[in-house]
Ligand binder design. Structure first.
Ligand code: 3HC
Length: 708
C-alpha cells in the first residue's frame, strides 16, 4: 500500500518524525503507521510521536482525516512491558488517546495482527475501527495482573455494553474479527486491503462531526445478565485481584461520568502495577520468553520435523499424538497388537469428540486432523519419521529393549525421544548408535492440553537436537523448559520433596484435610492429598514397592499410603483414598484420620497443631530449597525456569510468580531459617541448598540469577 501511495506521488511527511511513527498522506487523509518492532508496543517514543502527529494534523489545512495503523506483523501489543514498574514518562497513553478522541478531524484505526491492551484502547479513542479478517483484538492486561489503564474499562462498556465489556476485560481473551463485529467493537471487517479500506472509511467521514465515546452513556444491562457475569468473574478470580477490580471499574462506567471513571481506572492500574500479583505475572511473561534462549544454541538451525512417530497409545501416547496432530504434524501411532492399537485410536477419538462437545473444534477440523494420523502395528514404518517418541510402560528394561530395536530401524537422521517422567536417560542413550540425537520430551497429562513440556537434555544430546526440540515446543504452543537429567527432572523432583514434607507433617500432628485446605488457600487448585486421590494411589504404591529394596533405612519414610492401598483405598476411582467420595464430592473420612493419628503417635514424634501459614511456609521452603539445588547443579539454567515448570505443570498459582519468585518476595533469609529448622528435624531427608545459603550471605536473589 505504501508503495502505491508513493507511486501516486503522495507527500511523505515522515522525515521530521521519530522513527517509530511513519507518516504520509493519501490525498486528504494522513496515515500514521506505528513502527516499533517487534510488536509496536506503545513505548514512550511511540506515545510522543503519535501525540505530536495528531496535534500537528489539526492545524494542517490539507489534512481532513486521519488513519492510524501498524507496521509489521501486528497493530500493537499495547503498553511496553519493559517500562512497567518504572516511573511513568509523559506523555501518558490516556492523554494521547483523549487527544485522538477530541480530534476535530475524524480518526480511523486499522487493526491487523493483534490489537491488544493500549492498542485496543487507541482504537476505542478513535471514531471508527476496521479490522483485518484474521485480526485479533482484546484487553489482556488482567493476565499481567493489571487492568486497562488508558480508558479501556470506561470506553469499552460505552461501546459494547457492560456485560460483554466485563467479560473481555476480566478474562483478557482475544476476539477475532467476526466476533468483534458482532459485539460492535469494530465498524467493519476489511474485505481485502485493510489500509486502503481504512483510508476510504476515513475519507467518507470528512466534514462530519464525530461523536466521542467518552461522552456517551453506557447502555443499561439486563440485571440478571450483569449479575451472572459478575458471579462468573468472582468465581473464576480465585484469589486474583485484577478481575475483581474490573467489576468495580466497569460498574463505575454505568454510574459515573468518564471524567471521574478514567482517573479512578488510572489509580487502580498503578495500584495493581505495584502489587505482588502483577509482579509475579509479569515475571512469568518474561520468563516464558526467555526460557528457550540459550547462548550455546544461538545460530543453531533446528531440523525440519514433519512426520512424528509415537510408540505406545496409552493415555500419554494418545494425548501426545493429538498434541502433534493439532499442531499440523503427520503422526504415526504404534502399538504392539491390533487390540491395543484400537484402544489407542478410541482414546484419540474420545479426545477429539470431547473437543467438539466443548466447542473447541468442529467436525471438519476433527476429520482433517485424523487424516494426518497413521495407526500401525508395524514398527518398520517408523523409518519414515523425523522424530520418534516412546511413551511406553515406565520400566527401564522395557525401554532398553525398545531402544535396541529402534537402533536397528531408524535412519541416521531421526531424532529419538523418551517421555519418561523419572528414569535415567543415559542407559537409553547408550543403547543407541547416535546418542546425540536422543533426548527427553516429558509431556504432562493430558498431553494435548497441558502447557508444560520438559525437554530433557542427556549428556550427549547435540545442540541441533535441542534446538529442534525447542522449535517443536513452539509449534506445539507449549512452554518448553530445558532440564538436565536427574531423578524426576525439574518438576517431579520438586514434587517429591513437597509431598514428603506434607507426609512428614502428618506424622507431627497435621491432618490431610488441614494440609489441603492450607495449600488451597495459598492458591493451589487442589491440595496435595486430593491430587493424589485424583491420580490414583496405586501408582505411588507400585513405585514405593519397586524402590523399597534400595531405600536407605535411615531415610525418613512415611508408609501411610501403603496402609491405605492395602485397604483398597486407591483414590477417587475407588471412591475412597485419603478422602471418601460421595457422589464425586470429597469428604474427610474419620477412618483415615484415625489411621493417620495412630501412625503419627506410633512414630513417637511430638504431636502438635499446625497453622495454615506454617504448612504453607514448610511446603514452599521444601520447593524452593530443591529448586535452588536444581539451579545450583545446573539441571535448570535459571530459577525462572523452575517457576515456569511449577506454574504450568503443577498448579502453583501463577499470580505468585512461581516458588522461586515468591521466595524472593518473602525474603530468602526467612526461607533459609525454615530450611535450617527442617534440616535439623528431618536429618538425612533434608539438607539446605548451598545456593540458598550463598544468596543469603551475599544478599543476592533468584531474580539476579535470572538476569532481572
Ligand atoms: N511490551 C513489550 N514487549 C513485548 C510486549 C509488550 N506489550 N508484547 C510482546 N513483547 C515482546 C516479547 O517480550 C518478545 O520479546 P523477545 O523477542 O525479546 O523475546 C517479542 O515481543 C515477541 O513476543 P512473543 O514472543 O510473545 O510473540 P508472539 O507472536 O508469540 O505473541 C503477542 C505476540 C500476542 C503480542 C504476545 O507477545 C502478547 O500477548 N504480548 C502481551 C500483550 C499484552 O499483555 N498487552 C497489554 C499490555 S498492558 C497495556 O497495554 C497497558 C495499557 O492498558 C495502558
Amino acid at each position: 500500500m505504501s508503495n502505491e501511495l508513493s507511486a501516486a506521488g503522495e507527500a511523505d511527511l515522515g522525515e521530521a518524525m521519530p522513527e517509530v511513527l511513519r507518516v504520509w498522506r493519501d490525498g486528504e487523509v494522513a496515515v500514521f503507521e506505528i513502527d516499533n518492532p517487534p510488536v509496536n508496543a506503545t513505548s514512550q517514543s511511540v506515545r510522543r510521536a503519535l501525540l505530536d502527529a495528531v496535534q500537528r494534523a489539526q492545524s494542517e489545512p490539507e489534512t481532513k482525516a486521519l488513519v492510524i495503523c501498524g507496521a509489521g506483523r501486528t497493530f500493537t501489543a499495547g503498553g511496553d512491558i519493559s517500562e512497567f514498574g518504572k516511573p511513568p514518562r509523559e506523555p501518558h497513553l490516556p492523554d494521547v488517546i483523549n487527544r485522538i478522541e477530541e480530534s476535530a478531524k475524524p480518526v480511523v484505526v486499522a487493526w491487523h495482527g493483534t490489537a491488544l491492551g493500549g492498542g485496543c484502547e487507541i482504537g476505542l479513542g478513535a471514531h471508527k475501527r476496521i479490522i483485518a479478517k484474521d485480526g485479533l483484538v482484546g484487553l489482556p492486561e488482567v493476565k499481567l495482573g493489571l487492568l486497562p489503564g488508558a480508558g479501556g474499562t470506561q470506553r469499552l462498556p460505552r461501546l459494547i455494553g457492560p456485560v460483554a465489556a466485563l467479560d473481555l476485560i476480566a478474562t483478557g481473551r482475544m476476539v477475532g474479527a467476526e466476533e468483534a463485529l458482532r459485539l460492535g467493537l469494530v465498524d467493519a471487517i476489511a474485505r481485502d486491503d485493510l489500509r486502503a479500506e481504512a483510508i476510504e472509511l476515513a475519507r467518507g467521514l470528512i466534514g462530519q462531526m464525530q461523536p466521542r465515546l467518552s461522552l456517551r452513556n453506557t447502555p443499561a444491562a439486563e440485571p440478571e445478565a450483569w449479575q451472572a457475569m459478575v458471579d462468573k468473574v468472582n468465581r473464576e478470580a480465585r484469589g486474583r485481584m485484577a478481575p475483581q477490580r474490573a467489576i468495580e471499574l466497569v460498574s463505575q462506567s454505568l454510574t459515573l461520568p468518564f471524567s471521574i471513571g478514567q482517573p479512578n481506572e488510572r489509580r487502580a492500574f498503578f495500584e495493581l502495577m505495584n502489587s505482588e500479583q502483577s509482579r509475579g505475572l509479569r515475571h512469568l511473561f518474561l520468563a516464558e520468553r526467555e526460557a528457550g534462549k540459550r547462548p550455546e544454541l544461538a545460530g543453531v538451525t533446528p531440523r525440519d520435523v514433519r512426520q512424528v512417530g509415537v510408540i505406545g497409545a496409552g493415555t500419554m501416547g494418545s494425548g501426545i499424538a493429538v498434541a502433534f496432530l493439532d499442531a499440523g504434524y503427520k503422526v504415526m501411532l504404534i502399538e504392539a497388537d491390533d487390540a491395543a492399537l484400537q484402544a489407542g485410536l478410541d482414546r484419540v477419538n474420545g479426545l477429539y469428540l470431547r473437543s467438539i462437545r466443548s466447542g473447541r473444534i468442529d467436525e471438519n477440523t476433527r476429520l482433517a486432523r485424523l487424516a494426518n494420523l497413521a495407526p500401525t502395528t508395524e514398527m518398520g514404518r517408523l523409518a519414515a519419521c523425523d522424530l520418534v517418541i516412546e511413551a511406553i510402560f515406565e520400566d527401564m528394561g522395557v525401554k532398553l529393549e525398545l531402544m535396541k530395536k529402534l537402533a536397528g530401524l531408524l535412519s541416521a537422521s531421526t531424532l529419538i525421544a523418551t517421555n519418561t517422567s523419572y528414569l535415567d536417560l543415559e542407559p537409553m542413550a547408550d543403547a543407541l548408535p547416535a546418542p546425540e540425537r536422543f533426548l527427553g520430551l516429558h509431556f504432562f497429562s493430558p498431553a494435548h492440553v497441558m502447557k508444560l513440556l520438559e525437554i530433557v537434555r542427556a549428556r550427549r544430546t547435540s545442540h541441533e537436537a535441542l534446538a529442534t526440540a525447542l522449535a517443536i515446543g513452539r509449534k506445539l504452543k507449549k512452554i518448553a523448559v530445558i532440564s538436565g537429567v536427574c531423578e524426576g527432572f525439574i518438576g517431579n523432583r520438586i514434587l517429591a520433596k513437597f509431598r514428603a514434607q506434607c507426609e512428614f507433617m502428618l506424622e507431627e500432628g497435621a491432618l490431610p484435610r488441614e494440609i489441603d485446605a492450607a495449600m488451597e488457600a495459598f492458591g493451589l487448585a487442589m491440595g496435595p492429598f486430593a491430587v493424589q486421590d485424583l491420580a490414583g494411589l496405586d501408582i505411588a504404591w507400585a513405585r514405593r514397592k519397586r524402590l523399597a529394596a534400595t531405600r536407605d533405612p535411615n531415610e525418613r519414610d512415611v508408609p501411610i499410603v501403603d496402609r491405605l492401598c492395602e485397604l483398597g483405598r486407591f483414590g477417587q476411582k475407588a471412591g475412597k483414598g485419603w478422602y471418601t467420595y460421595e457422589n464425586g464430592r470429597r469428604v474427610p473420612d474419620p477412618a483415615v484420620e484415625s489411621l493417620v493419628r495412630a501412625h503419627a503417635t506410633a512414630t513417637g514424634r511430638r504431636q502438635r497443631s499446625f497453622s495454615a501459614q506454617e504448612i504453607q511456609n514448610r511446603v514452599l521452603t521444601a520447593m524452593v530449597n530443591e529448586g535452588a539445588k536444581i539451579v545450583g547443579e545446573g539441571i535448570a539454567a535459571r530459577p525462572a525456569d523452575v517457576d515456569l515448570v511449577l506454574v504450568n505443570g503443577y498448579g502453583f498459582p501463577n499470580w505468585r510468580g512461581g516458588p522461586m519468585h515468591h521466595a524472593d518476595m518473602l525474603g530468602l533469609a526467612k526461607i533459609v531459617v525454615i530450611a535450617e529448622e527442617t534440616a535439623a528435624r528431618d536429618g538425612q531427608a533434608f539438607s539446605v541448598a548451598p545456593l540458598l545459603k550463598e544468596l543469603v550471605a551475599s544478599q543476592g536473589s533468584f531474580a539476579a540469577l535470572n538476569g532481572g
